[in-house]
Design a protein around this ligand. Structure first.
Ligand code: PLP
Length: 375
């Protein structure tokens, strides 16, 4: 059987990885400044993570959500503390798209409404409602186009107010820092404005923290840079450091009932062990403040490179914008400098999304490599 050919692949075959380093089948080492789409948060094969998963597997890897699972309760407790979201409850699932799907579904159950507001250049995943709220017609099949989604420009106060006054919406879904789209952000004023407007019009505010959450922005959640509190927060990616896991944090004002949400795999024992390991390492190694501090250093250093026209993002979720398309530069960085970086929908943007435990020396290496390839 052949593979369904949907991914354009780089000709690199990783067989091992440690920290920020990835080794291919020929023994060539690469520095990973991309973390497989912002997934690797505490570094590849972190010893605490590996031990915790191995230990868990020796005891019990999986049972469904029909029995007691104390690991889920421990995880929710720890997540509530570290994220400073004690008034939200946790529902665990398996991916970012599934997290957003459940977030939108909860908003619809809660309000009895169905229309959604999303923003230009948004990316929320590839499933039913999540992909409909994604600003990319090329990945929206006719079946997805049945959803009613209004796309608005980021930071356009009037457009937002008019939309809420003109029509009836169940949810506003927003990335506090756009990932795939290219690192644009709502301003604090805009975020606070939409939070207020949502309350007035009984619309659920969903922060999609799938990419920006779990410390990547230099705070646990990126919305915390703006002094707001969303009703629902979706999480995935860095949450499991590579273990496929997602979740939704749902404010206590939403009523749960048996069967309202559900999943076979979500919140299984191995997934909980992975997330607990990530949370423990984030806390013990103070990785969120490290992300803030190393991210600031990266921003300063990048601004010294004349070809970099704009530096976007926060913490270790950074975009470097050039006045040319970066596909060729990314190839040169992989094959010439042995470094992984990312692209975006904005083709002139290079995305830097490394593990949160990198240090200044790694940034220096990246800057040297960039200068070499740009000269
Ligand atoms: C902000 C955001 N939301 C949702 C998703 C979808 O996550 P997943 O690929 O795990 O379904 C992504 C993936 O890139 C994302 O960046």
């Amino acid at each position: 059987m052949k593979l369904f050919d949907v991914y354009p692949l780089y000709d690199v075959t990783p067989v091992a990885a440690n920290g920020i380093e990835v080794t291919d089948d020929k023994g060539q080492k690469y520095l990973d400044f991309y973390g497989g789409h912002a997934v690797i948060s505490i570094g590849h094969t972190h010893p605490h993570y590996v031990n915790r998963l191995k230990e868990q597997l020796d005891h019990i890897g999986f049972y469904s959500n029909s029995v007691q699972n104390p690991l889920q309760k421990r995880l929710a407790q720890k997540l509530g503390e570290l994220s400073d979201c004690p008034d939200h409850s946790l529902f665990m699932c398996n991916s970012g798209a599934e997290a957003n799907e459940n977030a939108l579904k909860m908003a619809s159950f809660h309000t009895g409404k169905s229309k959604v507001i999303a923003f230009h250049n948004s990316f929320h995943g590839r499933t039913s409602a999540a992909v409909a709220a994604t600003d990319n017609p090329a990945i929206n099949a006719p079946i997805n186009q049945q959803q009613e989604v209004t796309f608005l420009p980021l930071n356009d106060f009037d457009a937002f107010k008019n939309a809420l006054e003109k029509d009836s919406y169940c949810a506003v879904i927003i990335e506090p820092i756009q990932g795939v789209g290219g690192l644009d952000e709502p301003t604090s004023d805009f975020f606070q404005f939409i939070e207020k407007q949502c309350k007035i019009h009984n619309v659920v505010l969903i922060a999609d923290e799938v990419q920006s959450g779990f410390g990547r922005s230099g705070k646990f959640f990126a919305f915390q840079h703006h002094g707001i509190r969303p009703d629902i927060i979706s999480i995935a990616k860095g949450m499991g450091n590579g273990f496929p896991v997602g979740g939704v944090l749902i404010h206590e004002s939403f009523k749960a009932s048996y069967g309202l949400l559900g999943t076979t795999f979500g919140g299984n024992h191995l997934a909980c062990a992975a997330v607990l390991a990530v949370l423990e390492v984030l806390e013990q190694e103070a990785l969120i403040s490290n992300a803030a501090q190393v991210g600031q250093y990266l921003k300063e250093k990048a601004q010294e490179i004349p070809q970099v026209k704009k530096v976007k993002g926060r913490g270790l979720m950074i975009g470097l914008e050039f006045d040319f398309e970066v596909a060729e530069l990314r190839k040169k960085l992989i094959h010439g400098q042995h470094m992984f970086t990312g692209g975006a929908k904005n083709k002139r943007l290079l995305r830097i999304l490394p593990a949160l435990n990198i240090d200044h020396s790694h940034i220096d290496l990246l800057m040297e490599a960039l200068k070499k390839e740009l000269s």
